[in-house]
Design a protein around this ligand. Structure first.
Ligand SMILES: [Zn+2]
Ligand SMILES: [Zn+2]
Length: 288
């Protein structure tokens, strides 16, 4: 009897010891400490049926009446917060496309910028004029002058270093790469995660690998700019094979992926290739 009681006390103490470091970690908002990616928190998934992705800016055309210009921007709806990932290159094009798609700018809570290239940040200033009530997540490496402009426009800036929780079921990979630092977005759904890239300068293979280290789940879709315009066919084929090996179930290369990469991904992925351009909307029906 006495032994049982002692064992129980010891167990309680062990649990308490285990909990203290986790609760005691001081972090900036959303920052995930190393080694905590496998907590219950990171496994929060939204039903795929709730999610809606709309490409509002891309150089590949899709929906008639929208303008296709060089750059990328994607709206994520159905998650806890409504998110605009990147803002395209040209502000009037971004705003015109969003108006044509009946997207209300004031409904957007969060803007995430993948990297500091004009074709991803160009629409931000005009966006903030219409809706400054947002939190803007930028890689920590962004120039201070850029961050200051965002703060001066009335928005909150969060600098992303390592992997970061954005809101329920949505994460940033953290900034990756050497010369061009870039973050990518991970949305966790009950059918696997969706990885959205801006230009994928660090390499689409590396980004998917990091996303899977962060969230140990299947990749339902990798989409966005894959930056393979100048890659030869052998290189592209190797990347297609490595993504398939990494368990990427569907692929939607657009923006700076290049025509060759789109052709080779389409050939390899067949029905699981998603043809993405400006105005493309993805819902659960696209994954049947
Ligand atoms: Zn770029
Ligand atoms: Zn780009």
């Amino acid at each position: 009897m006495k032994n049982n009681k002692a064992a129980m006390v010891a167990a309680i103490v062990l649990v308490a010891i285990g909990l203290i470091p986790w609760r005691g970690v001081a972090m900036s908002k959303g920052q995930m400490p190393a080694g905590t990616s496998r907590t219950a928190e990171s496994h929060t998934q939204i039903p795929l049926g709730d999610l809606r992705l709309t490409v509002v800016y891309d150089n590949y055309p899709d929906v008639q009446g929208l303008r296709s210009e060089w750059g990328f921007s994607c709206l994520i709806e159905g998650t806890e917060k409504t998110i605009l990932f990147d803002t395209g290159g040209d502000a009037p094009v971004l705003l015109a496309n969003m108006d044509s798609l009946s997207i209300r700018l004031e409904d957007i809570d969060i803007v995430i910028l993948s990297h500091e290239h004009w074709d991803h940040t160009g629409g931000l200033r005009a966006f903030l004029k219409r809706n400054p009530n947002v939190t803007v997540y930028v890689p920590r490496s962004f120039k201070s002058a850029f961050k200051k402009q965002v703060i001066d426009a009335g928005a909150e800036v969060i600098e992303v270093g390592g992997p970061t929780r954005i809101c329920r079921s949505v994460y940033s990979t953290g900034e990756l790469g050497d010369s061009i630092r870039e973050q990518s977005l991970v949305v966790c759904t009950d059918r696997g995660m969706i990885v959205i890239t801006g230009c994928a300068h660090p390499g689409i293979g590396l980004i998917v690998k990091k996303a899977r280290e962060l969230i140990p789940d299947e990749v339902l879709l990798a989409m966005g700019g894959f930056h393979l315009m100048r890659a030869d066919e052998d290189e592209i084929s190797d990347i297609v094979a490595s993504l398939r090996e990494a368990g990427v179930l569907s692929a939607g290369p657009c923006h700076c992926s290049g025509d060759n990469a789109r052709r080779l991904f389409r050939a390899a992925y067949g029905d699981h290739y998603l043809d993405i351009g400006v105005g493309t909307t993805l819902t659960s029906a696209d994954f049947e």
